[in-house]
Design a protein around this ligand. Structure first.
Ligand SMILES: Nc1nc2c(ncn2[C@@H]2O[C@H](COP(=O)(O)O[C@H]3[C@@H](O)[C@H](n4cnc5c(=O)[nH]c(N)nc54)O[C@@H]3COP(=O)(O)O)[C@@H](O)[C@H]2O)c(=O)[nH]1
Length: 711
C-alpha cells in the first residue's frame, strides 16, 4: 500500500517524523550510547554525534526520493561511510559501530511507539532497511580501511626488508628458508633462488671465531625452545667460502594465534665495525706521528710489567729521553723537518732495543723506553749509552744534515719507585738533571733530585715576585775596540738579588723563566726598559754616547706587539734607535716562529742594531747570513776561551772574523780573559772584545767610575 492510500488514518510520514523528532532522538541516543559503549564515554557531544544529524536528514530525504520507486537506498551524501571513517579514527570497533546503529533503531522506535499507528504502511520497513544499509556501509568502510592498513604495513615491511643493511632470513618450522632479503643475499653471497627451500644451517654456516668449529643451530633452538637466541664471536662461511665476522639473532616466528610458524634470523656483517674499533683503540694508544705506543699505553704496559716484576722479583728500568736541540731544528728548519726527525729518532730507538722492550713517545721531543727482563744493574746504562751514540749520528732531513744529542734520565724498579707514576716522574727528574749537566748526558735517578725539582718550582714562584719587590737589577759590561782601547758599546746583564738566597746567576733563573714563556717576556721587557732608562741617564749626564746591548728572548719576539713596545720606549726615553742593540741567539734569528723573523725585520727597520749572540754554536748556515737582518756577530766564548789551546777553536774564530769582514758585519769576541787572547784577536783584526780582561759586569755607579771617569 502506498502512503496516499492510508489517508483515512492520521498521517505521519517518516520524513516528517524524523525532522520533527531529530533532536530528541539524538539526545536519547547519545545518553544510551554513552551508557553502553566504553569508547563513547569520554567524547564531547559534538564528537559523539558526529554526522548522525545529517544521516537522519539524508534518511528522511531518501524516503521522499525512493518511496514511489524501487527501494534502492544509497545515501548520496555518503553519511554512513563518513561516520564509519570517523569511528575508525576514534578507535571504535566494528561491533561498536553496528551497535550504535542498533541503539539508534531502538530510540527511533521508542519515540515512534505511541504514534506507530499514524505511520503509513511500509515506512517502518523502509526505516529498518535504511539503518541496515548504514550498517553495511560501515562494514564496507571498515573492511576497506583494514585492508589498506594491512597493505600499508606489508609495503612498509617490504621496503624495510629490502633497504636495511641487516640480513633477514625467515624459515618454516623445519628450519627451511622461506624468505631472504637483499642484504642477506649480499652478506651470505647466496642467490635467493638457490637459498629458498634450503635448511637454514646449510646456507648460514657459522663457525666459532676462536676454535673454528661449526656452531650448533641457534635457529632450530629458537624454534624448539620458543625463545630468541643470540650468537656473537662467530664467522659466517659465505657462498664463496670466505669467512666474515657476523652477529646473529634467531627468534621464533608466531602466527596470528600464537602458533609456531618457524623462525626469523637476522645477522649483520661486523667486519667494518671491527676494523673501526681496532683503529680507534690503536689511535687511543699510539702516537700518530711515529706509530709508537703513547703515554697511556706506556703506563698500561708499565703497570702490567710492574705486577709481574714484583711477583718474580725482577728489575725493570725506565729511560726518559729528551732531544737536546729539537726546538732549534723545529724553529730553523720548520715543523715538517722536525716531524721527520722525530720519525727517524723513533726508528733508531726501535733499532736499539729488543722486541720485548717498549719504546714510546710521550709528546714533543720526549720518548721513553721500558726495559724488562735484564739481570745486571749496569744494563740500562749500557743501553742508554748505545742510544746516545746512535742518536748523535747525523740525521739527513730534507737534504740538510742535522746533528742532535739526547739527554737521558733513568729510574729503576724497585729502588726508584713502586708504581708507574713515580717511576716515570723520577726518570723525568733524572732527565732534567742530565740536561742541566750539558748535552748528551745520562743520569740515574737519585732521591735528592726530588729536592732539586722542588727548588726549581720554588725559584719560579720567587721569580714571579722578584719584579714587584725590586729584586732585579742590571749590571753593565763594556765592549772595547782592541785597536784603540776605546769603549764601543756596553752590554746590560740581568742580576737577581734574592732576599734570602743572595745573588742568583742568570744561568740559573733564565731557563726557569723561559720554561714559563710569559714570565720571560715580562722580565725581558723590564730589562729593555731599565737599559733604555740607564742609557738616557748617561746621555743626560753628558757621557759619551755608547750603544746599549740587551739580550732578547724568543718569548718576547712571540708577541706581535713587541716592536711597538720597543718603539714606545725609544720615544719615552728619547733614545736614538742606533744607540740600542738587541742580542738574539742564532736559533731565534733564523727561526720563523709565529712571525718572529718579521718582527726582527721591523725592529731593524726602526734603526735598532741586531747582533747574533753565541755565534758558532747554533745552526746558522753561513750562506744565509748575508740575507739576515743583522749588524754584528758575537763569537761564542767557548771558542774564545780555547783560542790558545785548541787549533780548531782558533781556526773557527779566524774564519768567523774573515767571514764577518767579507759580509761587512761587525764582529765581537766575548769571554776575553787575558792579554794573549786579546793579542790573538788584535792580530786577526777582530773589531771588538768583551770580557773579564777589561771588566766583569758591574753596577751602574761602578761602571760610570771605571769607564766614564766619574764617581
Ligand atoms: N734573555 C736574557 N738573557 C740574559 C739576560 N742577562 C743575562 N742573560 C743571559 O744569561 C746568561 C748568563 O749571563 P751572565 O751570567 O750575565 O754571563 C754573561 C757575562 O757575565 C759572562 N762573561 C762576560 N765576560 C766573561 C769572561 O771573560 N769570562 C766568562 N767566563 N764569562 C764572561 O758571559 C755572559 C755574556 O752573556 P752574553 O753576551 O749574553 O752571551 C747568558 O747567556 C746571558 O745571555 C737578560 O737580560 N735577558
Amino acid at each position: 500500500m502506498s502512503p496516499n492510500q492510508a489517508s483515512a488514518k492520521p498521517r505521519l510520514p517518516l520524513d516528517k517524523f524524523l525532522r520533527q523528532e531529530r533532536k530528541t532522538i539524538l539526545q536519547d541516543w547519545e545518553s544510551l550510547d554513552r551508557q553502553t559503549l566504553a569508547s563513547a564515554r569520554e567524547l564531547t557531544s559534538k564528537e559523539l554525534q558526529n554526522n548522525l544529524p545529517e544521516i537522519l536528514i539524508d534518511l528522511a530525504d531518501q524516503y521522499r526520493r525512493t518511496v514511489d520507486k524501487t527501494r534502492h537506498i544509497n545515501f548520496p551524501q555518503q553519511g554512513p561511510r563518513l561516520h564509519a571513517q570517523n569511528r575508525w579514527e576514534l578507535g571504535f570497533s566494528l561491533e561498536e559501530v553496528a551497535r550504535e546503529y542498533g541503539l539508534l533503531r531502538v530510540v527511533i522506535l521508542q519515540t515512534l511507539s505511541s504514534r506507530m499507528g499514524e505511520l503509513p504502511e511500509g515506512e517502518l520497513v523502509f526505516l529498518n532497511e535504511a539503518l541496515d544499509k548504514a550498517i553495511v556501509e560501515s562494514v564496507t568502510t571498515y573492511v576497506e580501511k583494514a585492508n589498506s592498513r594491512l597493505q600499508n604495513e606489508r609495503e612498509r615491511l617490504q621496503v624495510t626488508l629490502t633497504s636495511i643493511a641487516d640480513g633477514v632470513v625467515s624459515t618454516d618450522t623445519e628450519g627451511r628458508i622461506t624468505f631472504l632479503n637483499p642484504a642477506a643475499e649480499q652478506i651470505s653471497g647466496w642467490p635467493r633462488a638457490e637459498a629458498i627451500g634450503q635448511p637454514v644451517d646449510e646456507v648460514l654456516i657459522t663457525l666459532d671465531e676462536t676454535t673454528r668449529e661449526i656452531c650448533s643451530s641457534t635457529t632450530l633452538r629458537a624454534i624448539d625452545l620458543d625463545e630468541p637466541q643470540q650468537s656473537g664471536n662467530i664467522l659466517l662461511r659465505r657462498y664463496d667460502g670466505e669467512l666474515l665476522p657476523i652477529e646473529k639473532h634467531a627468534a621464533p616466528l608466531r602466527g596470528g594465534h600464537g602458533q609456531n610458524r618457524g623462525a626469523v634470523v637476522t645477522f649483520r656483517d661486523i667486519s667494518e665495525i671491527r676494523l673501526l674499533t681496532a683503529e680507534l683503540s690503536y689511535l687511543a694508544f699510539h702516537d700518530p706521528l711515529t706509530g709508537l705506543p703513547n703515554r697511556a699505553l706506556l703506563f698500561e704496559r708499565l703497570t702490567q710489567e710492574l705486577a709481574y716484576a714484583e711477583r718474580y722479583n725482577i728489575t725493570l728500568a725506565l729511560l726518559y729521553l729528551d732531544l737536546d736541540l729539537f726546538k732549534q731544528v723545529n724553529d730553523v728548519l720548520g715543523h715538517g723537518v722536525g716531524d721527520e726527525l722525530l720519525r727517524q729518532v723513533a726508528d733508531r730507538l726501535l733499532g736499539c732495543v729488543r722486541r720485548t722492550d717498549t719504546v714510546s713517545r710521550l709528546g714533543g721531543d720526549e720518548f721513553a723506553v721500558l726495559l724488562t727482563g735484564f739481570d745486571r744493574q749496569t744494563f740500562p746504562d749500557e743501553l742508554a749509552t748505545k742510544v746516545t751514540k746512535r742518536l748523535s749520528e747525523p740525521f739527513v732531513l730534507d737534504q740538510e744534515t742535522v746533528n742532535v744529542s739526547t739527554s737521558i734520565g733513568i729510574s729503576v724498579f724497585p729502588e726508584d719507585g713502586q708504581d708507574a707514576e713515580s717511576l716515570v716522574k723520577h726518570a723525568d727528574t733524572a732527565m732534567y738533571q742530565a740536561k742541566a749537566r750539558g748535552r748528551g748526558c745520562i743520569q740515574f735517578f737519585a732521591p735528592e733530585m726530588n729536592r732539586r725539582a722542588k727548588e726549581r718550582h720554588e725559584l719560579e714562584k720567587d721569580l714571579r715576585a722578584a719584579i714587584a719587590q725590586d729584586q732585579l737589577s742590571l749590571y753593565f759590561q763594556p765592549q772595547i775596540s782592541p785597536g784603540t782601547g776605546q769603549m764601543i758599546g756596553v752590554e746590560a746583564l740581568l742580576r737577581w738579588h734574592h732576599p734570602q738566597k743572595g745573588l742568583i746567576p742568570p744561568a740559573r733563573f733564565i731557563p726557569v723563566a723561559e720554561d714559563s714563556g710569559h714570565l720571560m717576556a715580562t722580565i725581558g721587557n723590564w730589562v729593555i726598559e731599565k737599559a733604555c732608562a740607564q742609557a738616557r741617564a748617561w746621555l743626560d749626564a753628558e757621557h759619551p754616547a755608547v750603544r746599549m746591548s740587551v739580550n732578547v728572548s724568543i718569548a718576547q719576539l712571540r708577541d706581535d706587539e713587541f716592536p711597538a713596545y720597543v718603539e714606545k720606549l725609544l720615544q719615552l726615553y728619547r733614545l736614538p734607535a742606533d744607540l740600542l742593540q738587541m742580542e738574539l741567539t742564532e736559533s731565534i734569528i733564523m727561526s720563523d716562529i709565529e712571525g718572529a723573523t718579521e718582527r726582527v725585520g721591523k725592529i731593524k727597520d726602526m734603526g735598532i742594531h741586531i747582533a747574533i749572540d753565541d755565534f758558532g754554536t747554533g745552526y746558522s748556515s753561513l750562506s744565509y747570513l748575508k740575507d739576515l737582518p743583522v749588524h754584528e756577530l758575537k763569537i761564542d766564548q767557548s771558542f774564545v776561551h780555547n783560542i790558545l789551546t785548541d787549533v780548531n777553536s782558533a781556526a773557527i774564530v779566524q774564519a768567523i772574523i774573515r767571514m764577518a769582514q767579507s759580509l761587512k758585519l761587525r764582529v765581537i769576541a766575548e769571554g776575553v780573559e787575558d792579554k794573549a787572547t786579546m793579542d790573538f784577536l788584535v792580530e786577526n783584526e777582530c773589531e771588538g772584545v768583551q770580557g773579564y780582561y777589561f771588566s766583569e759586569p758591574v753596577m751602574p755607579a761602578a761602571f760610570e767610575t771605571q769607564f766614564f771617569g766619574q764617581g
